[in-house]
Write a protein that binds this ligand. Structure first.
Ligand SMILES: [Zn+2]
Length: 206
């Protein structure tokens, strides 16, 4: 870490922590640290309280695996949403990204990863059995596979499509508007909405 000589230890500690965040280089970390130091003490205390609360209060939805404060998330609890359509994604952040488009009114299922044999991630490490339980529920009629357009994301989509192929549930894959190698996290809301709207039934894929 790039530190100025003579920097007071509390500021140096803060700058070091800030610099460990993704996308924050040493100069930005220093700028942020000095900015926080110049703020009103109450503002900084509120920020510190948010950070302290983060892991205490945040968890994952018992049903879909997305972010939730406790029990079920707001999407699973929303009676106006269509619980017969489940969009399967890799990470909780993907739900936030897809929700920006406001066009999807179904439910989600977060796998918490994707199949990656190299990293030792098999079906047992993903939230597949809870998806089994949801699909076994006769109410579910469509699974939209919105795993990333990476090799592992495609392999995960194939795995899930095969797993439920014999059942009554319709399987679809988000459209190819998602660029090759694309993580949902980095796509704008219009591309994502279009990819969802133009999803393709699994058997009809080229
Ligand atoms: Zn949920």
């Amino acid at each position: 870490m790039h530190m100025l000589p003579g920097m007071p230890a509390p500021l140096a500690r803060l700058v070091e922590h800030l610099g460990s965040l993704p996308g924050i280089g040493p100069k930005s970390a220093m700028r942020l640290g000095l900015n926080l130091l110049s703020k009103q003490v109450d503002d900084v205390k509120q920020l510190a309280a948010c950070l302290a609360d983060l892991h205490e209060t945040m968890g994952f939805c018992d049903c879909c695996g997305s972010f939730a404060e406790q029990g079920h998330c707001g999407i699973c609890d929303n009676m106006r949403r269509d619980s017969s359509v489940i969009c399967v994604v890799e990470q909780p952040v993907d739900v936030l990204m897809l929700e920006r488009g406001k066009g999807f009114s179904g439910h989600y299922h977060v796998l918490h990863g994707r199949l990656s044999p190299i990293d030792g991630l098999g079906p047992d490490q993903l939230r597949i059995s809870s998806l089994d339980n949801r699909v076994a529920d006769k109410e579910v009629r469509e699974l939209i596979l919105a795993t990333s357009a990476t090799v592992d994301g495609e392999a995960t989509a194939h795995f899930i499509a095969r797993r439920y192929a014999a059942g009554d549930v319709k399987i679809s894959r988000i459209a190819r508007g998602v660029p090759e190698g694309g993580e949902l996290e980095y796509l704008d809301e219009y591309t994502l909405s279009r990819a969802l709207d133009q999803r393709v039934i699994w058997e009809q894929r080229a």
